[in-house]
Design a protein around this ligand. Structure first.
Ligand SMILES: NC(=O)c1ccc[n+]([C@@H]2O[C@H](COP(=O)([O-])OP(=O)(O)OC[C@H]3O[C@@H](n4cnc5c(N)ncnc54)[C@H](O)[C@@H]3O)[C@@H](O)[C@H]2O)c1
Length: 295
């Protein structure tokens, strides 16, 4: 099987910085590419903070943390991905942007490199087919926060070769993830089940079944979920969820995947959840409180 030593990551946002960190922790050399220096510095800054915290808590030695950091190279230049063995994208959930990005990556990456997408809601095949190597293309779907969540969905699309699938499974194992294979149906396993549940929580709120806190507390206490659905939406990012449910709705044309009006209004207001400081909860104080604008 092909040996993966150097990994390229596209995007250093919520998911990209986490993937970069876990890959470097597993011993891979990682090049992470962003559109410009500001988001790159922000993402790498988050990794440095987490490494420092691990040292403070005695979970890692300073030498380990330094070694992990030294394996990460940030860049804004596609050319720096030229010698990567596996290139993984975690950029904005927009097919047009992803296809544009793959055209640039495909032009510089070595022919034997494997490509993977971390898309939450798009089918993998459109991206695979846009490259010169659809048989070396697969889905590697991580969960947020990547450093904590165990699961990695390894997605086989119709063109994915057995070797590419094995590369994905082995990559996941080396990162210490629980790998589950899925076929290329939009949403894969987890989001196909989880997204309608979260959207239904918004509808329950709209229908006055309970307050934001009551809905979240209900599902924590009654279903033993570690986090309520509305807090989870804020953690994932409402902009990402908006894109995810649009893609699932486009694919299946089912109401359960459609944007509830509250989500549409929150996005128009720029309330993206934790990443913008406000979503179903307001995160500006010491502890999150219900967003007063939603009452
Ligand atoms: N948020 C989640 O919980 C979650 C979970 C699993 C998968 N995903 C998927 O991961 C991907 C990224 O989501 P996110 O939540 O990290 O989004 P994000 O908005 O936090 O980060 C996306 C980053 O990509 C960068 N970017 C855009 N175009 C780029 C390009 N051509 N090259 C390099 N960087 C580029 C942006 O500047 C931004 O920093 C999406 O496909 C999403 O569906 C998200």
């Amino acid at each position: 099987m092909a040996e993966i030593e150097k990994v390229g990551v596209l995007g250093c946002g919520l998911m990209g910085h986490g993937i970069t960190q876990v890959a470097a922790q597993a011993g891979y050399e990682v090049v992470v590419r962003e559109v410009d220096e500001a988001p790159l510095a922000k993402g790498i800054g988050k990794i440095e903070k987490q490494l420092a915290r691990a040292v403070e808590k005695g979970k890692a030695t300073q030498e380990d943390a330094d070694a992990v950091r030294s394996r990460i190279q940030g860049t804004v230049d596609y050319g720096d991905l030229a010698d990567c063995d596996l290139v993984l994208e975690a950029i904005t959930e927009d097919l047009g942007l992803k296809l544009e990005m793959w055209a640039a990556v495909d032009a510089v990456a070595k022919p034997e490199a494997f490509f993977a997408t971390n898309t939450s809601s798009l089918a993998v095949i459109e991206q695979a087919a846009s490259t010169s190597r659809p048989e070396r293309f697969l889905g590697l779907h991580f969960f947020n926060p990547v450093q904590v969540m165990k699961l990695l969905e390894v997605v086989r699309c119709v063109t994915t070769s057995p070797e590419a699938l094995e590369v994905g499974l082995e990559f996941g194992r080396r990162l210490g993830k629980l790998t589950v294979q899925t076929n290329d149906k939009a949403g894969f396993i987890v989001n196909r089940l989880l997204v309608p549940y979260m959207l239904d929580a918004i509808r329950a709120y709209e229908e006055g079944v309970g307050s934001i806190t009551e809905i979240d507390e209900g599902m924590k206490g009654g279903a033993a979920h570690p986090m309520g659905p509305l807090a989870l939406l804020d953690l994932i990012g409402l902009d990402t969820i908006g894109a995810v449910c649009d893609a699932l709705y486009d694919e299946f044309r089912e109401r359960r995947f459609a944007r509830p009006p509250t989500l549409r209004k929150m996005l128009a207001a720029g309330w993206y959840g934790r990443k913008s400081g406000i979503g179903f909860y307001d995160y500006s104080g010491e502890t999150p409180v219900e967003n007063p604008g939603l009452r």
